[in-house]
Ligand binder design. Structure first.
Ligand code: KG4
Ligand code: ZN
Length: 351
C-alpha cells in the first residue's frame, strides 16, 4: 500500500510518500521561516499564499523521489485540520483534485492524529500507548487506543507549550522560532537564578498551564532594571526551561497513572510535536517514564516537527481500517482528537 501525504496546516508546506511496510519513500518539508521571521510569528495570510506557491512543485518532487506515479498510489491523505484554515484549504483541495483525477480514495487526516500515530511508523509501536503531544499549538496527554480512538486525559487550559517557548524567546529577543533559540541560550545559563513558578504542579489531573509562567518571565526581565545581558538571557532561558520541565513532568506522571487505570498492561509513553526536540525535556521525561516502569519513545526530530510522512502514515492506517472520506470533506480550523473530552476549565479553552 502506498499513500501520498500532504501537510499545510501551519507554516510548513510538506509532501511525503509512505508505504505499508513503514518505509518513508519521500519526505519533503519546505519551511516558511524566512517569510514569517520579520513578524516574529506565523502570519496566516502569508502562510496560505506560500502554500499555494509551493504545494504543486513539492508534491511532484516527492513523487519523483519516491519513484511513483499517481496510478501507483492507493490513496491520498491531507491534513484537514486543526490549523490555519487558509493553509488547510490549500492542502486539502489539492488532495481532493488528485483523488478526483486519479480516482483514488481521499483520507482527511486530523493533524493531531498524524503526531499521535508517528511512533507506529518509526517504532512499530502496538496500541495502546500514552501520547504527550507538545507543539506550537498544543499540549495534551492522550490515550491512543487504536486508529480513530483517542481519549484526551489532559490539555492546556491556556497557552500551548511551544507558544510559551516562542513568547519567551521573543521577550528575550532570541529570534524566531523560539524553541530552539531558548534551548541554545539555556545551555549556558543557571536554571536556579530565577525562581519561576511551576504551573499546576501538585494539582490533581493532567491539565497544563503556561500563561502564568510567561508573565513571570516578563516580570523577571523587568526586575533586572536594565536590558538583559547575554548572561541574563541565558539564565532566564535556563530557569524557564527548568520550570517548564518540572511542570510537564509532574502532569505527565499524573497522566501515566490515569492511563494505567485504563490500560494496566501498557508500558509506553510517546512524546511528539515540535517541543519534543528539546533535549532537556526529553531527559526529564525519560526519568519520569522510567520511574513508572514505562519506556519513552521519541520519534526522530524530523518526524516530531510538522511533516507530511506522519499524515501519509495516518492516512495509510485509516485506509487499512476502511476509513476514507468523501470529496466534500470539510477543512476545519478546530478539530479535537477526542470529541468526547470534557471542555477545559481554563479561561481561554483550547480544543
Ligand atoms: O509540531 P510543530 O513543528 O508545529 C506545530 O505547532 O504543530 O511545533 C513547533 C513548536 C514551536 O513552538 C517551536 O518553538 C517548538 O515547537 N520547538 C521547540 C524546540 N524545537 C521546536 N521548543 C523547545 N525546544 C526545542 N528544541
Ligand atoms: Zn504539529
Amino acid at each position: 500500500m502506498v499513500v501520498l501525504g500532504i501537510e499545510t496546516s501551519c507554516d510548513e508546506t510538506a509532501a511525503a510518500v509512505v508505504d505499508g511496510d513503514r518505509t518513508v519513500l519521500a519526505n519533503l518539508v519546505l519551511s516558511q521561516l524566512d517569510e514569517h521571521a520579520p513578524y516574529g510569528g506565523v502570519v496566516p495570510e502569508i502562510a496560505a499564499r506560500a502554500h499555494i506557491d509551493h504545494i504543486d512543485g513539492l508534491i511532484a518532487a516527492a513523487m519523483r523521489e519516491a519513484g511513483v506515479t499517481f496510478d501507483k498510489l492507493d490513496g491520498v491523505a491531507a491534513t484537514a485540520g486543526p490549523g490555519l484554515i487558509g493553509g488547510v484549504i490549500v492542502g486539502l483541495t489539492t488532495a481532493k483534485a488528485i483523488a478526483a483525477v486519479a480516482d483514488l480514495p481521499l483520507i482527511a487526516v486530523n493533524h493531531l492524529e498524524g503526531h499521535a500515530l508517528t511512533a507506529r511508523l518509526t517504532d512499530d509501536l502496538a496500541y495502546p500507548y500514552l501520547l504527550l503531544l507538545v507543539s506550537g499549538g498544543h499540549c495534551q496527554l492522550v490515550a491512543v487506543e487504536r486508529v480513530g480512538e483517542y481519549r484526551r486525559l489532559g490539555t492546556t487550559i491556556d497557552d500551548a507549550i511551544g507558544e510559551a517557548f516562542d513568547k519567551t524567546a521573543k521577550m528575550l529577543a532570541l529570534g524566531y522560532p523560539g524553541g530552539p533559540a531558548v534551548e541554545r541560550a539555556a545551555a549556558d545559563g543557571d536554571p536556579a537564578r530565577f525562581d519561576l513558578p511551576r504551573p499546576m504542579r501538585g494539582r490533581e489531573g493532567c491539565d497544563f498551564s503556561f500563561s502564568g509562567l510567561k508573565t513571570a518571565v516578563r516580570h523577571a526581565i523587568a526586575g533586572l532594571g536594565h536590558p538583559p545581558t547575554g548572561q541574563d538571557k541565558a539564565d532566564i532561558a535556563a530557569s524557564f526551561q527548568a520550570a517548564v520541565a518540572d511542570s510537564v513532568v509532574d502532569r505527565t506522571a499524573n497522566g501515566i497513572a490515569a492511563f494505567r487505570a485504563l490500560h494496566p498492561e501498557a508500558r509506553s509513553l510517546v512524546v511528539a510535536g515540535g517541543v519534543a526536540a528539546n533535549k532537556s525535556l526529553r531527559r526529564r521525561l525519560e526519568q519520569c517514564a522510567a520511574a513508572a516502569g514505562f519506556d519513552l519513545i521519541a520519534p526522530p526530530p524530523a518526524l516530531c516537527t510538522d511533516n507530511a510522512a506522519m499524515i501519509a502514515w495516518a492516512g495509510l492506517e485509516r485506509l487499512r481500517a476502511g476509513l476514507t472520506d468523501p470529496l466534500d470533506a470539510p477543512a476545519r480550523a478546530r478539530w479535537p482528537l477526542d470529541p468526547e473530552a470534557p471542555p477545559v476549565r481554563g479561561p481561554v479553552g483550547k480544543a
